[in-house]
Design a protein around this ligand. Sequence first.
Ligand code: GLV
Length: 322
Amino acid sequence: MSQEKPLVLVTHTLPAAWLAPLKEKCRLMIGPEGGKGLTPRLEENLPEAEALFTLLVDPITEDILERAPNLKVVSQMAVGVDNLDVEACTRRGIPVGHTPGILTAATADLTWGLLLAVARHIPQSQADARAGRWTTWNPTGWLGADLEGATLGIVGMGKIGSAVARRASGFGMELIFTNRSPRPDIEKDLNAQQVPLEDLLEQSDFVSLHVPLTEETHHLIDANALQKMKSTAILVNAARGQVVETQALLQGLQESWIAAAGLDVTHPEPLPSEHPLYAQSNCLITPHIGSASYNTRRRMAEIACQNVLAGLEGSKLPHSVN
Ligand code: GLV
């Protein structure tokens, strides 16, 4: 392998086929499966690295960038980039790639999966059936919430929020939403109403979070917000764990400020197995699987590779955040 080829540090092991587009033009140094961040071996090679291929679990800090003077691109295989110091990259003229769009449908589908599973007690009823507690057709057993006619409040009407909203019409739900900027197009197209967050929390039967993690959205759903929600309401979070204050949510679920929650993301992440949220029968937790479908993850890797190659060539990235 020629030493002239640029060195790309891939923080974690991925299927070889997903990285195939890089093979010919780059030298790849690949990290382990699992874990967070760069291993010491990858860190040692930062001075020579021209590209970083990262996952959302990797903190890419000023310090790491400092040690990578030859870096031409950081390419993240995710849409969210809150683990990366984007400002520091921008200051150094390093483009940051991400994979928007491609995971919208999969994440919207998973959101609905969580919402339905929580509303209709699917995990608990399965556990009961398996454990021999399905002894009759029980007229009062496993009663859940209706979707038809209920109000769905979507917090953040970006790509994923609008995909979730579009799916709501099939369930005959009323739609309200918040967004940083006015979205009269969505109001018209989806027969939805844009409202302030406080009104959304008070009026929604289901609240689904679809904001990126920023300083403004950190702990957007705190004790105060949870107490504004209906006691029958269900909260769904498939965005970022830190948008919700974990301790407040735990208290809210324990003290029935709200009825239940479906979380694909948590803080911390992974949520340790002894965490009290797991003991809440009104909380369904999945391990950040929003984009986890075969085609979606493969295509995310494909876009991340395209971003690496463009960055190495000094061309505009197909998808960048800066
Ligand atoms: C997943 O959470 C992503 O940001 O791609």
